[in-house]
Design a binder for this molecule. Structure first.
Ligand SMILES: Nc1ncnc2c1ncn2[C@@H]1O[C@H](COP(=O)(O)OP(=O)(O)O)[C@@H](O)[C@H]1O
Ligand SMILES: [Mg+2]
Length: 231
C-alpha cells in the first residue's frame, strides 16, 4: 500500500457514517485532521483529503456499501470524462475521487446564485455521454450537480446501473425552462426548497402541473414575505 493510501485508511477508520431513516442525510461521528467535511449525502459523507486537496473521499454508511460497489463499477465504465469526477481507488467502505470545485445547484437556489443555461446544456451532454457508454443516468438532482465558472459537473453516479427513469432531471429541466426566470438571482428560503424536495420525494406518481400549482402558492407566500421585509 502506498503512503497516501495508508494515510487515507488511518483517517477513514476514525470516521463513522450512519444512515438515517426515510433516506435523509447521513450522520457523521468522529473526525480526523486530514479530512474536512464537504457535505453529507443520503448514503455517504464526502470529505476533502487535506494532504492531497485535489482528492475527495466518499465514506459510505455500513448498510450502503452495496452502493459503493455499484458506484465503483459505474466509474470504471465512465473512464475519463470532463463531466464527472475521476475515481482513483477504494477501500472497504470508501472511494477516492477527484475533488471538484464548485457549488451545488441546491446552494445556488438557496443563495440566489444565477444558474446559466450552459449548466443545463452541460448536464444534457454529460447524460448523453454516459448513455453512449451503456449507462442509465439517474438521481440527477440539485445536490448532485456542481457549478464552477458557469459550467457543470455531476457527482454521485451510484444509480447509473439501475433500470428505469426517475424523471428527476426531466422535471428539473422543465422547471428551469418554464419558471427559473421568476427566481433567478433571488435567494429562495431554505424552508421553501426543503418543502419542494420533500413533496417530490414523497409523491408516488408525480404530476408536474399539480406540483406547479402547489409551488405557485408557495411562491406567492415567499414573494409576499420578502416584499414585507423590504417595506
Ligand atoms: N468529487 C466531489 N467533489 C466535491 N464535492 C463533492 C464530490 N462528490 C460529492 N460532493 C459533495 O458531497 C455531496 C454528497 O455526495 P454524494 O456523492 O451525492 O453522496 P450520496 O451518494 O450520499 O448522495 C454532494 O451533494 C456534493 O455536495
Ligand atoms: Mg447525492
Amino acid at each position: 500500500m502506498n503512503h497516501e493510501k495508508i494515510l487515507i485508511e488511518k483517517a477513514v477508520r476514525r470516521i463513522e457514517v450512519q444512515s438515517s431513516p426515510n433516506n435523509e442525510q447521513v450522520k457523521i461521528k468522529g473526525d480526523h485532521k486530514d479530512l474536512k467535511l464537504i457535505a453529507a449525502g443520503t448514503d455517504a459523507a464526502v470529505f476533502r483529503f487535506l494532504p492531497a486537496p485535489d482528492k475527495a473521499i466518499k465514506v459510505f454508511a455500513n448498510e450502503k456499501c452495496d452502493k459503493l460497489k455499484m458506484e465503483l463499477d459505474v466509474y470504471r465504465n465512465i473512464g475519463e470524462s470532463n463531466f464527472y469526477p475521476h475515481c482513483y481507488g477504494s477501500g472497504v467502505n470508501y472511494m477516492i475521487i477527484s475533488f471538484e470545485e464548485g457549488v451545488t445547484l441546491y446552494d445556488c437556489v438557496v443563495r440566489g446564485i444565477p444558474i446559466p443555461k450552459q449548466v443545463i446544456i452541460d448536464v444534457e451532454n454529460a447524460r448523453s455521454e454516459v448513455i453512449e457508454k451503456g449507462l442509465n443516468p439517474r438521481d440527477i438532482h440539485l445536490k448532485n450537480i456542481l457549478m464552477h465558472n458557469g459550467r457543470a459537473k455531476i457527482v454521485d453516479v451510484s444509480e447509473y446501473m439501475k433500470e428505469g427513469n426517475d424523471y428527476r432531471w426531466e422535471y428539473l429541466k422543465r422547471g428551469y425552462e418554464d419558471y427559473y426566470h421568476l427566481i433567478e438571482g433571488k435567494p429562495v428560503p431554505l424552508w421553501v426548497v426543503e418543502s419542494v424536495r420533500k413533496w417530490f420525494n414523497q409523491s408516488t406518481v408525480f404530476q408536474y402541473e399539480e406540483f406547479i400549482k402547489k409551488l405557485s402558492k408557495l411562491y406567492d407566500m415567499f414573494s409576499i414575505s420578502s416584499s414585507n421585509r423590504k417595506s
